[in-house]
Design a protein around this ligand. Structure first.
Ligand code: C2E
Ligand code: CA
Ligand code: CA
Ligand code: CA
Length: 274
């Protein structure tokens, strides 16, 4: 037990110290991983309903440690954000995704996730423009996925999104409906697409209220001329119901998992037989 400043007795938290040390190690490992080329991208198909035709892909980063262990982005993206390494890693992700997009001219769009920290970097629009021109990809074929929490405060993040939109890239609001101001944001932020969060898709077949929300989300989007993608579709029944409720695009394990680039090559070859 230790005496806290105010005289209060608090328990010494060994687990917190352990966690902090693990985080510091992870941060150092991440920096080395970038130099050593331990990251790669997977691409998850976005498909048209009801047929499931390939429409686009979302790039999702993976980290394979030298031990062979694959670390989930949910575990390392937050650390990369805190340390600022996300700026460098994010530039690599954008460049890699644009290089692939150039080899997939038949694919309408390639999406890249951009984190809150990246949107605070005023250089981001230049980084995106450089990646597009380096690989000869038209801006309209790149979608930048942002979360509403990242732009909620307005300010610099919103200014960056406006600059990205002015480049001609599509802006998609990720995890739509889970934040505090989903609808309000559609008025202030330039948005081309919304990605309706998996939690709403999971609610299909539940109460009528749950289905009403799913219907309303695509209704609003459609009225505003936005594309809607339903995320996390895991069953044929969910896909069928989404189509009935007016959804035209979906993404999820029911259609395809995140795949290596070569598997997308194969899908495109199958779609357009020589
Ligand atoms: P997200 O952008 O919402 O990505 C969707 C996540 O849901 C992905 O997890 C994907 O594999 C998973 N998913 C797709 N379909 C299904 C489904 O039918 N069922 C279930 N249960 N899950 C599904 P992943 O790849 O582990 O990525 C997690 C999060 O990490 C992403 O959420 C995103 O926030 C972040 N992330 C991933 N790649 C990047 C990146 O390149 N840059 C940045 N900044 N963040 C990334
Ligand atoms: Ca996303
Ligand atoms: Ca999402
Ligand atoms: Ca998410």
């Amino acid at each position: 037990l230790r005496e806290a400043a105010g005289g209060r007795v608090v328990r010494y938290d060994a687990s917190l110290e352990c966690e902090l040390r693990q985080r510091a190690t992870l941060a150092a490992d991440l920096r080395r991983a970038l130099t050593d080329g331990e990251f790669h991208l997977l691409y998850q198909p976005v498909v048209a309903l009801p047929g499931g035709e390939l429409d686009g892909v979302e790039s999702l980063v993976r980290w394979r440690r030298p031990t062979g262990e694959v670390v989930s982005p949910a575990d390392f993206i937050p650390v990369a954000e805190d340390t600022g390494l996300i700026v460098e890693l994010g530039a690599w992700i954008l460049d890699t995704a644009c290089a692939r997009a150039a080899t997939w001219p038949g694919l309408r769009s390639v999406a890249v996730n951009v984190s809150a920290r990246q949107l605070l970097d005023p250089a981001l629009p230049d980084v995106v423009a450089a990646a597009l021109s380096r690989h000869g990809v038209p801006p309209s074929r790149l979608t930048i996925e942002i979360t509403e929490t990242a732009v909620f405060g307005g300010g610099r993040a919103l200014a960056t999104v406006k600059a990205l939109s002015a480049l001609g890239v599509s802006i998609a609001l990720d995890d739509f409906g889970t934040g505090h101001s989903s609808l309000g944001l559609l008025r202030t932020c330039p948005v081309d697409a919304i990605k309706v969060d998996k939690s709403f898709v999971d609610g299909l077949g539940g109460t009528p209220e749950q289905e009403a929300i799913v219907t309303a989300l695509t209704g609003i989007a459609e009225t505003m001329g936005l594309r809607t993608v339903a995320e996390g579709v895991e069953t044929a029944e969910q896909a069928r119901r989404l189509h009935q409720l007016g959804y035209r695009h979906a993404q999820g394990f029911h259609f395809a998992r995140p795949l290596p680039a070569e598997a997308i090559d194969d899908l495109l070859r199958q779609r357009q037989p020589a």
